[in-house]
Design a protein around this ligand. Structure first.
Ligand code: NAP
Length: 264
């Protein structure tokens, strides 16, 4: 009966990732490290990435010390050959790849007239182009496994704008469009693609701003929940978006901003 359907007990733990292999870019600190921690805690083997090998190894050993199954491959997400080589190495070592989190990103705040051509190309590449390159590298591997999950770290600033951040906002809005397009193109192959969009998070990226009492007060006053986000707030939403709990969710942007973008 339909009643039975809705009430049936289900052996699946919807937030478990047991046996899954995951890659998280930009995982040497901040939001990426918190996402790597959450995914590994949920039972995945997590491959951490960032450019600086020293910081990356420190992050990996911090997670390994907590009994988590983690490894690390340093590379630059804007180098398509390096991305392809890393994915090949993961498949070689672990037999496949189920989850890819394109989280590496950079910020460049300036008045709109002051971005030069090289800066525009570089930030577009790191924040947006690299996400497409990652998807290109992982999609065939995921398809061979019968499906997979791709997640990008976008931003609230892809949806609402603040002064002097035009380039960053444009790249993060682009990620939302990319995730929708990938959801359409890769859905028939069993691959889901979503964006987790944090508001103001206390990390190295926002360290200087957060030390300014005026910025700190602004964030707290403009956020209905009255505080900065933690990397763990973002990681919990990321875990949802790559877990069986979100099995029918694709092409979406989930804001983790304490309600900041809900308020005019
Ligand atoms: P973060 O502390 O600066 O960490 C950035 C990470 O990305 C580091 O591990 C960094 O390591 C890595 N990375 C940067 N460029 C890279 C590249 N070309 N190739 C590989 N790795 C690279 O920043 P975060 O605050 O955790 O931000 C993580 C993501 O969240 C970014 O996409 C950011 O835009 C987004 N976000 C942050 C906030 C916030 O308030 N903090 C809000 C919304 C969205 P290496 O430098 O060693 O490569």
């Amino acid at each position: 009966s339909s009643r039975g359907f809705f009430l049936q007990s289900d052996e699946t733990d919807h937030f478990r990732l047991s046996g899954d292999i995951a890659l998280v870019t930009g995982a040497s600190r901040g939001i990426g490290q918190a996402i790597a921690f959450a995914l590994a805690k949920a039972g995945a083997h997590v491959v951490l990435n960032a450019r600086d090998p020293g910081q990356l190894e420190a992050s990996r050993s911090e997670l390994a010390a907590q009994g988590l199954s983690v490894s690390a491959i340093p590379f630059d997400v804007t180098d398509p050959n390096a991305v392809a080589a890393a994915v090949a190495e993961i498949v070689e070592r672990h037999g496949g790849l189920d989850i890819a989190v394109g989280n590496a990103g950079q910020s460049l705040r300036k008045p709109v007239g002051q971005f030069d051509g090289a800066e525009i190309s570089r930030l577009m590449d790191v924040n947006l182009g690299a996400a497409l390159v990652l998807a290109q590298a992982v999609a065939p591997v995921m398809e061979a496994r019968g499906g997979g999950r791709i997640l990008f770290t976008g931003s609230m600033l892809g949806q609402i704008a603040r002064p002097n951040n035009a380039l960053y906002s444009a790249t993060k809005a682009g990620l939302a469009g990319l995730a929708r397009a990938l959801a359409v193109d890769l859905g028939p192959r069993g691959i889901r693609c979503n964006v987790v969009a944090p508001g103001a998070v206390r990390t190295a990226m926002t360290e200087t701003a957060a030390l300014d009492p005026a910025v700190d007060a602004f964030v707290k006053q403009r956020t209905p929940l009255g505080r900065w986000a933690t990397p763990q707030d973002v990681a919990a939403a990321a875990l949802f978006l790559v877990s069986p709990a979100s099995a029918f969710v694709t092409g979406q942007v989930l804001f983790v901003d304490g309600g900041m973008s809900a308020q005019a």
